[in-house]
Design a protein around this ligand. Structure first.
Ligand code: NAP
Length: 305
């Protein structure tokens, strides 16, 4: 008989792993598909201090390994496979097409998260991995004693900018406005960090260099003045794009590509749910994602019943 799952969860970040924990504890036959390693964006964060239960904060990788171990302990099956499309199949089943195989399930939870937004300026693509990075935790230690720039003014840019000062000689945060978007406590910490400086009202227009990044050309949006900041590395944190490509022709999305759900995490298609950063939400946090994941698994169970 064909292997039909009760629930297939796409994505192994906090939302997906929590959905996996809840679905497995409900004795649903559950498969989580993850293209690389479970953990999602949270595992790329050095230190998480706003996830309840860890008063001294916790390393992102450690938190995600604990979530994975907890879900697996209750029977969650995790396969490494990249999902390319989610569609409908006969008998009310859902078809999950992945690189290695096709899976069928009674319900699907999309928990694919979001990926870093790109600037789309000259040099960004060419110098990726040669000075351009979207992950300070991964690449920061490579820039010991160097001058770096961070682009953006949100929580990620400011937190990761502070983190990078551990390794770098200096970090220059370049923001398009004269006020940060980041949470106040993170801003206070940033302004108190000695080797972190700020360039306001400016946007990058080009990354320059020969074989690797040597500087970033910026334009002041008020005066239109153009200048070059010499740096060996640039970390880009200008927001996130939801990873909803695989369901874009199936479920309703908002104008930014986020999956629209109701409070039960149901999408516009019965039996397909979404949780975490991929869905339209006002707050993208680990705490929100785990709540979404628990709700989505509960709703999937009710749907199957
Ligand atoms: P974000 O909050 O969307 O901030 C993006 C920043 O980049 C903004 O300052 C924005 O400027 C700027 N920006 C956007 N497009 C730009 C462009 N084309 N050129 C130059 N600058 C550009 O993104 P994020 O910081 O990656 O955070 C994503 C989500 O994760 C947020 O909900 C955030 O709160 C959450 N998060 C939370 C934590 C935490 O709780 N500790 C840590 C990391 C992330 P404007 O300000 O002018 O719009």
């Amino acid at each position: 008989m064909e292997n039909i799952y009760d629930v297939i969860i796409v994505g192994g970040g906090p939302a997906g792993l929590t959905a996996g924990l809840y679905a497995s504890r409900s004795k649903l036959k559950t498969l989580l598909l993850e293209r690389f390693l479970p953990g999602g964006q949270a595992a790329l964060t050095d230190f998480i201090e706003n996830y309840p239960g860890f008063p001294d904060g916790i390393n992102g990788v450690e938190l995600m390994q604990k979530m994975e171990a907890q879900a697996v302990r209750f029977g969650l099956q995790i396969n490494t496979d990249e999902v390319t499309k989610v569609g409908l199949a006969p008998d009310n089943l859902k078809l999950v097409s992945a690189n290695d195989t096709e899976y069928r399930a009674k319900s699907v939870i999309i928990a694919t998260g979001a990926e870093p937004k790109k600037l789309g300026i000259p040099g960004e693509l060419e110098f990726r991995g040669k000075g351009i990075s979207y992950c300070a935790t991964c690449d920061g230690p490579l820039f010991k004693g160097k001058d770096l720039a961070v682009i953006g003014g949100g929580d990620s840019a400011v937190e990761e900018g502070i983190y990078l000062t551990r390794f770098a000689k200096s970090v220059t945060l370049i923001h398009r406005r004269d006020q940060l978007r980041a949470t106040k406590i993170i801003q206070e910490r940033a302004f108190a960090t000695p080797n972190l400086r700020f360039i306001w009202n400016s946007v990058p227009v080009e990354f320059i260099g020969t074989t690797a990044v040597e500087g970033v050309k910026i334009k002041n949006v008020k005066s239109n003045e153009v200048s070059i900041i010499p740096v060996s590395g640039v970390f880009i944190y200008i927001g996130l794009v939801p990873r909803s490509e695989m369901v874009k022709d199936l479920v309703a999305l908002d104008e930014s590509g986020s999956i629209i759900t109701d409070t039960t995490m149901a999408t516009s298609v019965p039996g397909i749910f979404a949780a975490g950063d991929v869905r339209k939400t006002i707050l993208r946090q680990v705490a929100v994602a785990v709540g979404d994941g628990a709700t989505a698994a509960y709703s999937a169970e009710k749907y199957i019943q």
